[in-house]
Design a binder for this molecule. Sequence first.
Ligand code: NAD
Length: 475
Amino acid sequence: MTDTSNAQLQALFEKQKRAFASDRYPSLAVRLGRLKQLERMMIEYRQPMRDALAADFDSHHPLVTDLFESGAIIARGRYIQSQLESWMRPQVRELHPMVHGSSSARVIHQPKGVIGNISPWNFPIECALVMINDMLAAGNRAIIKTSELAPASAEVVRAAVASHFDGDLLAVVTGGVDLGRHFAMLPWDHLTYTGSTSVGRLVMEAAAKNLTSVTLEMGGKNPTVFADDGFESSLVERFLYFRVFKGGQVCTSPDYVLVPEGKLDQWVDMAKQAWTTLYPKYVGHPDATGAINNHHYRRVMSYVEEAQKKGVLVISLNGDEPNPKRRQIPMYVVVNPPDNLQCMQQEIFGPVTPVKTYKIFDDAIAYINARPSPLAAYLVTRDDTLVEKFSTQVTSGGMGVNVFGFQAADPTLPFGGTGASGIGCHSGFEGFVNFSNNKSIFNCADDDPLMHAIRPPYDSGMAQAFADAVFTPME
Ligand code: NAD
């Protein structure tokens, strides 16, 4: 596969801009046809996509590909197809008759135009394609830039899209950081970036020069709080199998755990028991996903080594040893590390879990809120009062109760971060809105009182009456 040159990208971009100019508001039927085409493409490419992910990660279970990479794209598209007619309907807004008489107002969702989508290596197929559903549904055209760190997946995404779509509607460009930089500088009608917070800042800076709106989907350290009543073996087991999912290389992975003081040993014992029962041997198991490359394998292992060097207890839950050749890392727990260790400073993105303690539930909330807002925050409890408190008091992109990542995976729900974990969202009706120009249209009737009130001269009395009404305190 040869990389796309800047000139080729420029030509594609201009072609899409021209095509958009010739059809600025595609009909429902046209949009549904495009979504169906994406669905057909995903079904046809099921096996090549499984093969590509297995090649990029060295080991990647085909059912993980089917369900959470390719299948997620199909599921999102089907849900949108079932909703699109109602989403495209103009929203009528009720005006106050004393202010506006029989005037009317509505909001239409106009396509933004040509959207750029920069995607990462960890979900190299899903992140490249899932939000294309939202973009096409909203009537846009798009160019995807895949990640150079997952080359087999990048190639399969390119080949699939090229075989099913005209380049003036949907296209893929492949290349590394240089192409990424150039991509971010183009005057897109909207730019979406999924990846690390540090690169997200650069992408937003580049977009700002063109006043291009952005959606930034980033990561961070997602906390999991076990409440006093959350110490059930099935819940600890559930935490572990979500934690290790895709080798922990998921933006919504639970990153670190907070448990009540005095219950740390109990949590570690329960985790050992649950993990050893699930996987007497995990490293080498067909379910295990490898780290994407040696750099990331070494990065995660360096967190383990640093903790050990500093005298912090690190436990491989079932006694597994790492396998550098296959880049597989055991499920490690780092017991009560100080906050200045790398494992408490960086997003881990691997199956290594620091576990810390809190005195009272409010302290756990304060600990989370004192750090950059995470993409996800998790609570393990059966207590609805705690759920209510955590939902309203913790600032995070999304939240899971007794589950991890499902808040980000269901097509009915918006998915996005806040603060350091992101801006904007995709998925759900909110995703459709995010990729639309939400345009207010006011249709003035001849009997509109406010319109008459501002007819000069202003001191005719009507404007005064309106102003006095506004400043009269309401009961
Ligand atoms: P990455 O290194 O693959 O980078 C992402 C993309 O940015 C690539 O296509 C890359 O070529 C491009 N890029 C790099 N430098 C650039 C620049 N200066 N200008 C423009 N583009 C540039 O991926 P990564 O950053 O290692 O991804 C992992 C991160 O992504 C994690 O933090 C994870 O939490 C986050 N993530 C977030 C979501 C989400 O939906 N919120 C989903 C997946 C991953």
